[in-house]
Design a protein around this ligand. Sequence first.
Ligand code: TYM
Length: 332
Amino acid sequence: MRIFSGIQPTGRKHLGNYIGAIQHYVAGQDRGEGIYCVVDLHATTVAYDPADLRARLYDTLAILVASGLDPDRCVLFRQSDVQEHPELAWLLASVTAWGDLNRMHQFKEKSGAQRDLVSAGLFTYPVLMAADVLAYRATHVPVGDDQRQHIELMRDIAERFNARFGETLVVPEGTYPTVGARIMDLQEPTRKMSTTGGTPEGTVYVLDDARTITKKIKRAVTDSDDPPTIRRGGPEKAGVTNLLEILAAARGTTVDEAEASLAGARGYGDLKAAAAEAVVALLTPVRERYEELRGDEDALEAILETGAGKARALASATLADVRRVMGVARPG
Ligand code: TYM
């Protein structure tokens, strides 16, 4: 099993990223060959500050290492260090339907939020994402629920490429967590937790301290059911459902077990207290380790350099095949 996933260095990483993705990257190291990439080229598709991008890249890398990614047991690298990614993206664009890109929800959301320029890069973002994965012939892609449409498109691109040029690429499968695939905003639980689209009070950051986490979770929106019922439900129980998912994911149990553990609870306060305690226990060691790692940017660069070397070796082999079957570049 070869696992690939990517994470953006934009903004601060939040509980949704941690529960929906990062903790599964860490688990993946023991299940197969793990390849993880901080996707700085994707981050240039919206307005950004270059110096800030570099700083956020180090933040994200330090969070990944603090969460348990071990550069000796996986390939951990920066997307822009491996030029095979943008080259493959260009080549794959020739088998990508414009109409498919035009249907992407993320493009619609993000383009609507841009004040000045809606870049062509934002539109072709999913092609670069396909290239990220296909360059490694990865079999599994652990992501949260919001990436489903991008994963389906990536599969279509690989299939169309193979049909047009012969079996060259591996068609990967998305893997989605059974608990916590879509963590919702604590203040607006019908919207996903997100750094760009969510509310500041409803977003728990991986680097928030224990007091801040507890305060945000204790102020989470629930519902006015009387008596309060700590059970999963439809949109009218979105807040309680989200807290139960967070509790279960943070404890590593099922949602049924989380519900059962609160059978004797007096009200939503008990659910919030349990969720806050579990999230603090989950994130505190990550924050502490992050603080040790983040200051040493030379050490972080050294991790990236080693990772890029390993990544290039894998990606360049795929690119040699792709160039050959497409009839471009000097025959090798
Ligand atoms: P990004 O950086 O927005 O998010 C990183 C991962 O976190 C997951 N996630 C969530 N999971 C549960 N609940 C949430 N509220 C939540 N919000 C985010 C995302 O699904 C993702 O897995 N396009 C990707 C980055 C990317 C990529 C790739 C991923 C680039 N190339 C190749 C996989 C393979 C993105 O923007 O992730």
